[in-house]
Design a protein around this ligand. Structure first.
Ligand code: TXA
Ligand code: MG
Length: 332
């Protein structure tokens, strides 16, 4: 789909941000709803619009690596020289779907840190996001542009459906290329740790950093909101449609299924039950296509009045780790 964002729309959106308003914009991962990261009142509006718990910190978006130094306070790092070296080792991933958690500088509104003193930061790769960041000239705090706990939006239409009233502007950059949220990597400790898997894989990070990269096992994450959480977006139940979701691999041969069951498959295959509606995400099971199409498929099937959505699974390695992470959460 062609994108039709004009320079005038970018300029208006940048002016709205400067006036403390919210702007929804595309990134390569999912759409974000952004505010000036230095403006407390504007950032509070994001939490209100999403119904987001005040304990869940935001990702700060910047246009270039140079801007990291005005947003992060590396003097508060556990080892400044080591963290600076790690950022240089990771710089090849930006612009791109990698967010790193660092101590926040005092210029960043404390609401971004949601009660802590750290924030996640990244340079998105979508040309519309980069144009907006350049026109605005400062850091933009932006979570995914969905009502809290619902599926992240991968089209402007998804944003309109959930948060249409909250945004002064919604920039339509077409469907998101990656389709799932960025990898969140904590650089707050000696061992770098993936708090949320994404398109930049643990294997890639480990290779770039030349060290082991830890992970949070989904099963070890808390089920209910308790503050302060290690990474509050990682509640085990998250990214969920309203329709119940089950994983295909968890259905026994004599599973008791409701009448209207939807199926979301990674590639064409035989099902052990008759599905009322089937969506195939990729003709070959290609994981990039699966990720790019997954959230739209979940949203579409969630409007069909189904009793259950059954979703395919894959090995949790590489991009499959991020896909299975989101599906395990959607299945609660
Ligand atoms: O791809 C993305 O990351 C999208 C686009 C818009 O950039 N944004 C996004 O934001 O997914 P959000 O707010 O939906 O998810 C942010 C994640 C949450 O899991 C949050 O807990 C984690 O990043 N996070 C942010 N700051 C953190 C911090 N200081 N410590 C630990 N986790 C943090
Ligand atoms: Mg989100």
């Amino acid at each position: 789909m062609a994108t039709h964002v004009t320079p005038e729309q970018i300029a208006l959106a940048a002016t709205a941000l400067a006036a403390g308003k919210l702007v929804a914009f595309p990134t390569e991962t999912v759409y974000g709803i952004g505010a000036d990261a230095r403006n407390s009142e504007a950032v509070r509006r994001i939490f209100e619009a999403k119904g987001r718990p005040a304990s869940n910190p935001l990702i700060v978006h910047v246009a270039s690596f140079d801007q990291f130094s005005s947003c992060a306070d590396l003097s508060r790092s556990f080892d400044r020289a080591l963290v600076e070296r790690r950022l240089t080792q990771l710089s090849g991933f930006w612009p791109g779907p990698l967010s790193v958690v660092l101590p926040a500088a005092s210029a960043i509104a404390k609401e971004v840190c949601a009660g802590g003193d750290t924030m996640a930061i990244r340079i998105p790769r979508h040309p519309v996001a980069l144009a907006l960041l350049s026109a605005f000239g400062g850091p933009i705090a932006a979570p995914s542009a969905n009502i809290s706990n619902y599926i992240s939006p991968t089209t402007a239409e998804h944003v309109r459906a959930g948060l249409g009233d909250a945004a002064a502007a919604i920039l339509d950059g077409g469907p998101c290329e990656v389709g799932i949220e960025s990898t969140v990597l904590s650089l707050l400790e000696e061992t770098p740790r993936v708090l949320r898997p994404g398109a930049v894989t643990r294997e890639q990070l480990s290779q770039a950093l030349g060290c082991e990269v830890g992970a949070l096992a989904p099963s070890r994450q808390p089920l209910a909101a308790e503050a302060p959480l290690l990474s509050p977006g990682l509640l085990a139940k998250h990214y969920s449609p309203r329709t119940p979701v089950r994983l295909l691999s968890s259905l026994g041969p004599s599973a008791d299924l409701p009448k209207n069951v939807g199926a979301i498959l990674f590639r064409p295959r035989e099902l052990p039950f008759a599905a009322a509606h089937t969506t195939i995400l990729s003709p070959t099971g290609n994981l990039e296509s699966v990720a790019a199409n997954l959230f739209t498929a979940l949203r579409e099937q969630d409007t069909l009045g189904l009793g259950l959505i059954v979703v395919d699974t894959c090995d949790p390695v590489g991009l499959g780790e991020a896909i299975m992470d989101r599906l395990l959460r959607a299945a609660g």
